[in-house]
Design a protein around this ligand. Structure first.
Ligand SMILES: NC(=O)c1ccc[n+]([C@@H]2O[C@H](COP(=O)([O-])OP(=O)(O)OC[C@H]3O[C@@H](n4cnc5c(N)ncnc54)[C@H](O)[C@@H]3O)[C@@H](O)[C@H]2O)c1
Length: 261
């Protein structure tokens, strides 16, 4: 069992959205190993609860709710205040890459471009989950970060270079803009905010993507493989901890060299 007074995040409280799977779960486990107490949030409460149980040490809790629902998130942070009375690290990780009515399958079947086939609702819902969720969670998190803290946002190479579905790339690009702007405002409060923009990482999300699409990307990747969730968790650990104390408003892209800008 980990001791809460040891490790690179000793004594800190971290909230991770989308903690029931993939990158969120890997971050929760890694942060807990380093002494943090984790609030595991996910739309699927049972999955968040499983992550909380897998985490090393005590005090980890599971929370449900939809990050695109403002009421759910206001309620989440009120519960965090009641449970922990503080927050040191906020990871805005929850997300999806596909939605019903987004035209992706039709495009792949050769029926036209995704832009021409996508419904307006699919586009705005994608923004509500990623950008709206990131905004609301950051707003509520900073209220709990009295003496400073670290916020981590999840962008993507989709937001940097346009890979992937157009609604997803739009949302991930907006997260980069949010991160830069928020860093300028939050610095005076001692709060840092940085984005991780992963390349192709092996998680349940990419398991749902046609391998015929992913294989050429892996071939173009200098390291010739997909990344692992644990590798992204290590990047997040650096941004969450005091090791990155002079880093804010930046993005880091663990992508195996696929994009080098
Ligand atoms: N896997 C990759 O290659 C990759 C690359 C770049 C960026 N990302 C980003 O990393 C983040 C995590 O992705 P992942 O690969 O771990 O995906 P995943 O599908 O394995 O996990 C996402 C989790 O988010 C939860 N979730 C979805 N919508 C939610 C909502 N509205 N409210 C609360 N929870 C919600 C899901 O239930 C799931 O547990 C996402 O933001 C994703 O866009 C992933």
């Amino acid at each position: 069992m980990g001791r809460r007074d040891e490790g690179r995040l000793a004594g800190k409280v971290a909230c991770i959205t989308g903690a029931g799977s993939g990158l969120g779960r890997a971050m929760a486990l890694r942060f807990a190993e380093e002494g943090a107490t984790i609030a595991c949030q996910d739309l699927r409460w049972e999955a968040a609860d499983e992550t909380a149980r897998l985490c090393d040490g005590d005090g980890h809790r599971a929370y449900g709710g939809d990050v695109s629902d403002e009421g759910d998130m206001v309620s989440l942070f009120a519960q965090l205040y009641g449970a922990y009375g503080r927050l040191d690290v906020q990871v805005n990780n929850a997300g999806v890459d596909r939605l019903p009515g987004d035209g992706w399958d039709e495009m792949m079947a050769g029926q036209g471009s995704q832009i021409s086939l996508m419904g307006h609702e699919a586009f705005t819902k994608m923004l509500a989950i990623h950008v709206g969720g990131t905004f609301t969670c950051t707003r509520e998190a900073v209220k709990l970060m009295g003496e400073g803290g670290s916020v981590i946002t999840l962008a993507s190479i989709a937001g940097l270079a346009g890979w992937g579905p157009v609604h997803y790339a739009s949302a991930k690009g907006a997260i980069l803009g949010f991160t830069r702007s928020a860093a300028r405002e939050l610095g005076a409060m001692g709060i840092r905010i940085n984005a991780i923009a992963p390349g192709v990482i092996e998680t349940p999300m990419t398991a749902g993507v046609d391998e015929a699409l992913l294989a050429p990307m892996v071939m173009m990747t200098p390291l010739k493989r997909k990344g692992t969730a644990e590798e992204i968790a290590d990047t997040a650990l650096h941004l969450a901890s005091d090791e990155s104390s002079f880093t804010t408003g930046q993005w880091i892209s663990p992508n195996g060299g696929l994009i080098t800008i």
